[in-house]
Design a protein around this ligand. Structure first.
Ligand SMILES: Cc1cc2nc3c(=O)[nH]c(=O)nc-3n(C[C@H](O)[C@H](O)[C@H](O)COP(=O)(O)OP(=O)(O)OC[C@H]3O[C@@H](n4cnc5c(N)ncnc54)[C@H](O)[C@@H]3O)c2cc1C
Length: 402
């Protein structure tokens, strides 16, 4: 049995855990990063690659996304390995007048907040996306939307942190957590023990398993997204692409089917059942990612032929040329979802030195740099540049802490 001591032990090696590990290691903290499987085993290894500003409602998350994008621009040179960061811009395709009206309002609210995004007509859209379907009436365009390779990002954070002395244990799970006179103790399933001044729970959709070890509950649940990967092809257009339907489905919370007068649930369409949206991005290698669904199916990570069929039909509807392109695989990932769409970032009430950074749902890649910075600030006693109230880990409890 080994006995390990560190300043900060972080549970979960996704984009957020690795980003926090990197920022704390840079500040001279002795960090131990622990994952129950391997780096990227959670959502960060089964997701799209977008740093999408346009999808965000005006507010603190959009502000943080601005800052995160700035931080990506410096990280691409600062990190020890390439992260395939690129700013191609993004277009959200608009199919009909109803979506045009919603998107005009949404864009106007974003403009007032300082985001450079506009509605462009079909003629301008064709300059960016010459192969788009004939009946797409307009689109949004923001030159700032960017992308990054999440696996390379985690690898670069990990490498950068290791160079500053961080240690990483994979295939290791915390079996028990105990409060010590100063700091926290972890009993690992390997039998080893860890003593840390500070613990950080960065376990994504599984974060509640860890807080439960100290008798605290956070309402984080998995929201599945299924994605198709195509063979590598030459670029179809200049920008990455979404549909207004995708944004509209994110703006409207998922509601249960409306009851019929006879008391039975109304039948949902297959697209509604799978929470179907459209996100279409080209990777550096030329493979396209076609996503995705938003489903509440517990921790089931299987892909479903019906959902994949819907995604496939949808990409052909927006880009008919895609009927000629081969798919090489499909995957599903579990977004860590919270009831109000905000992550939990901060110290757990009643548990000094026990922090959580989880619940980023569909924005965790985009927000990982800023998550690393604000968590490192909180842990080292520096005031973060953002008000953190909206992210309070105790905001749903009222049940007391530990
Ligand atoms: C289909 C899909 C598409 C997406 N597209 C985008 C996008 O384009 N842009 C964007 O910004 N975001 C996107 N997201 C969201 C993004 O992937 C997540 O928000 C982000 O990856 C969450 O990262 P995380 O580090 O918080 O959690 P995760 O990546 O889930 O990492 C959690 C880690 O904790 C580990 N773990 C769990 N329990 C324990 C334990 N008890 N002890 C130790 N370790 C543990 C897991 O093994 C895992 O490695 C997408 C998600 C999906 C599913």
């Amino acid at each position: 049995m080994a006995y390990l001591r560190c300043d900060v032990a972080i549970l979960g090696a996704g984009v957020n855990g690795t980003s926090i590990a990197y920022e704390l290691s840079k500040r001279g903290k002795k960090v131990l990063l622990i994952d129950k499987i391997v780096m990227g085993a959670g959502a960060s290894g089964s997701c799209d690659d977008m740093i999408l500003l346009q999808s965000k409602k005006p507010g603190i998350l959009l502000e943080m996304a601005f800052k995160s994008l700035e931080r990506f621009e410096s990280l691409k040179d600062e990190l020890p390995s390439d992260i395939e960061f690129e700013t191609r811009g993004g277009t959200i395709l608009i199919e009909d007048e109803e979506h045009l009206a919603i998107m005009e309002d949404f864009v106007a609210s974003q403009n007032r907040y300082g985001l450079e995004v506009e509605i462009i007509d079909r003629k301008r859209l064709l300059q960016l996306q010459p192969l788009v379907a004939d009946d797409i009436i307009a689109s949004t365009y923001s030159a700032r939307d960017s992308q990054v390779n999440p696996m390379l990002l985690m690898k670069a954070f990990l490498l950068g942190a290791r160079r500053k002395g961080m240690e990483f244990l994979s295939r290791t799970r915390a079996a028990a957590v105990e409060r010590l006179q100063s700091g926290w103790g972890l009993l690992l399933d390997s039998g080893d023990r860890v003593e840390a001044e500070v613990l950080v729970n960065a376990a994504g959709a599984w974060a509640n398993d860890i807080t439960k070890l100290i008798g605290f509950e956070v309402p984080i649940t998995p929201r599945k997204g299924q994605v198709i990967v195509t063979e590598a092809i030459p670029p179809l257009g200049a920008t990455n692409v979404w549909s207004a339907q995708y944004i509209v489905s994110k703006l409207k919370p998922q509601e249960p089917a409306i009851s019929r007068p006879d008391g039975r649930a109304a039948v949902q369409t297959p697209a509604e059942r799978f929470g179907l949206g459209f996100a279409f991005t080209g990777t550096h290698n030329g493979n396209y990612l076609i996503g995705s669904t938003r489903e509440n199916r517990g921790f089931d990570k299987s892909t479903d032929p019906e959902a994949i069929g819907l995604l496939s039909a949808q990409v052909e509807r927006f880009f008919p040329v895609m009927s000629k392109i081969n798919f090489i695989r499909t995957f599903a990932g579990l977004r860590p979802s919270t009831p109000d769409g905000m992550p939990f970032l901060g110290e757990i009430p009643g548990a000094p030195g026990f922090f959580i950074a989880a619940g980023h749902e569909g924005d965790g890649i985009a927000l990982s740099p800023i998550t690393g910075l604000v968590m490192a600030d909180l842990i080292t006693g520096k005031k973060p540049e953002f008000p953190m109230k909206a992210f309070d880990p105790g905001r749903f409890c009222g049940k007391g802490g530990v």
